[in-house]
Design a protein around this ligand. Structure first.
Ligand SMILES: [Zn+2]
Length: 87
């Protein structure tokens, strides 16, 4: 539901995932954020090196999958990360 607490939680999680990509200079991404509100558990890290984050690290493929469905929201724009994008 647009404007609901759930929608805001989703936007925060999506912006955080995008921020993790920008802040790591494109070398990794923290995604699959699940939980209640912004208390996240079960996060998954996808890294270019695919070393040290276990078998769930999908590497570049996992990073591209996020961007395939991500549309920047107002939080991404506030963080000025909209230009940090994987193609
Ligand atoms: Zn974004």
């Amino acid at each position: 539901m647009k404007g609901s607490a759930e929608e805001l939680d989703h936007e925060v999680a999506a912006a955080f995932t995008h921020f993790s990509f920008a802040n790591s200079k494109g070398t990794g991404i923290v995604c699959d954020l699940q939980g209640v509100g912004t208390t996240w558990t079960d996060v998954q890290i996808n890294s270019l090196a695919q070393e040290g984050y276990g078998q769930s690290d999908m590497g570049r493929q996992g990073m591209k999958a996020f961007f395939a469905s991500h549309a920047c929201n107002s939080l991404c724009r506030a963080l000025k990360i909209s230009g940090a994008w994987m193609v």
